[in-house]
Design a protein around this ligand. Structure first.
Ligand code: ATP
Ligand code: MG
Length: 140
């Protein structure tokens, strides 16, 4: 049996503004994830730059920070077997144009930037990202 694993998911500002957050939460539950923590907040510039620090210096970084601070986001700690890989499968490829049928980004994503959701990409990243938004005591 594979291990329970946690990953950090974000419902990005584009999805909140378009009022599809509820639909995305529903997809999360339908795909077997347990929501262990959830919070709505608005990142400021430093908060977005810190979260996406690995992308600092890339051409899309300034616009990414602009986008992630344009409105509130919902951050979630998700748990299930193989959560990191499974959540990335449910999200689909970064660019909605390349995402598989039925994935969140294929269904709802508007562009490579405005792609509705985020997911951690490895155990090390998940640890950093979960800790960025949640304290151990917040995880229920
Ligand atoms: P995320 O980290 O948000 O889950 P990802 O791992 O699929 O997405 P990354 O390569 O980590 O993709 O990029 C982080 C985010 O930066 C993307 O989700 C997207 O919003 C934005 N982004 C990535 N590449 C580009 C690009 N070429 N042009 C514009 N925005 C981009
Ligand atoms: Mg990423």
């Amino acid at each position: 049996m594979s291990e329970m694993e946690r990953t950090l998911a974000i419902i990005k500002p584009d999805a909140i503004a378009r009022r599809i957050a509820g639909e995305i939460l529903s997809i999360i539950e339908q795909n077997g994830f347990r929501i262990r923590a959830m919070r709505m907040l608005r990142l400021d510039r430093a908060g977005a730059e810190g979260f996406y620090a690995v992308h600092r210096g890339k051409p899309f970084f300034p616009e990414l920070v602009e986008f992630m601070t344009e409105g509130p986001i919902i951050v979630l700690a998700l748990e299930r077997e193989d959560a990191i890989k499974k959540w990335r499968e449910v999200m689909g490829a970064t660019n909605p144009a390349n995402a598989a049928e039925g994935t969140i980004r294929k269904r709802f994503g508007e562009s490579i930037q405005r792609n509705c959701v985020h997911g951690s990409d490895a155990p090390e990243t998940a640890r950093f990202e979960l800790g960025y938004f949640f304290r151990e005591l917040d995880l229920v």
